[in-house]
Ligand binder design. Structure first.
Ligand SMILES: Nc1ncnc2c1ncn2[C@@H]1O[C@H](COP(=O)(O)OP(=O)(O)O)[C@@H](O)[C@H]1O
Ligand SMILES: [Mg+2]
Length: 344
């Protein structure tokens, strides 16, 4: 069951139609939203329909590995996906590029010249690599619509961020839709994605879509889809209240309620919260205790490096969420995780 998002799907489908039209212009979109709000699900819904309509979808995700991420990881993954779908076309597009394609994707290189994948990373080489990626995409998208999805840009390495900017900024041809997602609640003031977002904002060619939380009515439909029956309105009220319309939380709370969980939290949600509470500095951790708060928190912990401790602490929680501070201070136990709640 897919709930709501009609406006957002319209925007995505409109971009797809523009890209696919005869002499179509490439489209660039940025989809932002807090963790668990439903970015991936929306992308899946869009990509599945696009695929059914004849587009080739290539997906690459950034992963959280600490530090600055693997260079070009999402592009390598997406090109690999493209190569699986269109081996002959990608080989043809890569043929005249000497050894360069191997630097992006070893499979694209000459198999008799191993080791080119680790090539030099000087500035000129990087620019050529960007140009090469753009050309490969252009070639493949000359004859068919290609949807390139880059998920979770907030975890992207510097090279990927630069390449995204390059792709979005430089005028291109081809039936190409580039859709990048990022977690907007995790982009603190000094996050490296900030300058990229600011720069892309200045480009009128990049469409920004901000995905919001569900309304009560939408939460009701989501719960109905999960439980496979109409939920009790009181249950909808409660889950709406506790989740604040965050799709991930709605799902976890609905499943927990369905399974008759005593705490109202699923194991996975409890684990998630525990990890996050444990990652808090000691003082904060001790003070996040006891009484069940009304809301749980889905914010990931990011690794604070250069920011002040106060800023680092603040940024562990999404906007509007805070560590609940009761009067006393007790150490955190598994049952204490409720104490993390919205401070409203
Ligand atoms: N429109 C929707 N309809 C039904 N379920 C949804 C919808 N959007 C998200 N969900 C569910 O909520 C959970 C979190 O969504 P997800 O797309 O993974 O969030 P995000 O990528 O923003 O972190 C998933 O299990 C997903 O299936
Ligand atoms: Mg996601």
């Amino acid at each position: 069951m897919f709930v709501g998002r009609t406006g957002e799907l319209d925007t995505l489908n409109d971009a797809l139609a523009r890209a696919s039209a005869t002499g179509g212009e490439p489209q660039a979109l940025l989809l932002g939203g807090e963790a668990g709000v439903g970015k991936t699900r929306l992308v899946e819904e869009f990509a599945t329909a696009a695929g059914r309509g004849g587009a080739v979808v290539a997906l690459g995700g950034c992963v959280e590995i600490g530090g600055d991420g693997l260079p070009f990881a999402p592009f390598s993954a997406a090109l690999r996906a493209l190569r699986r779908r269109l081996p002959a076309e990608l080989a043809r597009a890569a043929r005249d590029q000497e050894e360069e394609p191997a630097r992006l994707l070893p499979e694209l290189g000459d198999s008799t010249a191993p080791g080119t994948g680790g090539g030099r990373r000087d500035e000129e080489g990087i620019v050529r690599l960007f140009e090469l990626t753009a050309r490969l995409l252009e070639c493949v998208a000359a004859d068919r619509t290609v949807v390139l999805v880059l998920e979770d840009l907030h975890w992207a390495d510097a090279a990927t961020r630069h390449l995204v900017t390059y792709l979005f900024r430089t005028p291109r041809t081809g039936r190409l839709v580039v859709l990048a997602t990022y977690r907007s609640d995790d982009i603190h003031r000094r996050h490296p994605l900030r300058p990229l977002l600011a720069e892309l904002d200045r480009l009128r060619t990049v469409r920004r879509v901000e995905l919001g939380r569900f309304t009560r009515e939408e939460v009701g439909r989501q719960i109905a889809g999960i439980l496979a029956h109409e939920p009790d309105p009181l249950q909808v009220d409660e889950i709406f209240e506790r989740s604040d319309g965050n799709a991930f939380l709605v799902e976890e709370l609905a499943v927990a309620a369905h399974e008759g969980s005593r705490t109202g939290l699923t194991d996975s949600l409890r684990d998630l919260l525990l990890v996050r509470v444990e990652a808090l500095p000691g003082r904060e951790r001790r003070s996040s205790s006891s009484r069940p708060g009304r809301r749980a928190c889905t914010s990931p912990t990011s690794s604070p490096s250069s920011a002040s401790p106060a800023a680092a602490r603040r940024r562990r929680w999404p906007t509007g969420w805070r560590c609940f501070r009761p009067n006393g201070s007790r150490p955190v136990r598994p049952s204490d995780v409720y104490a993390v709640r919205d401070a409203e």
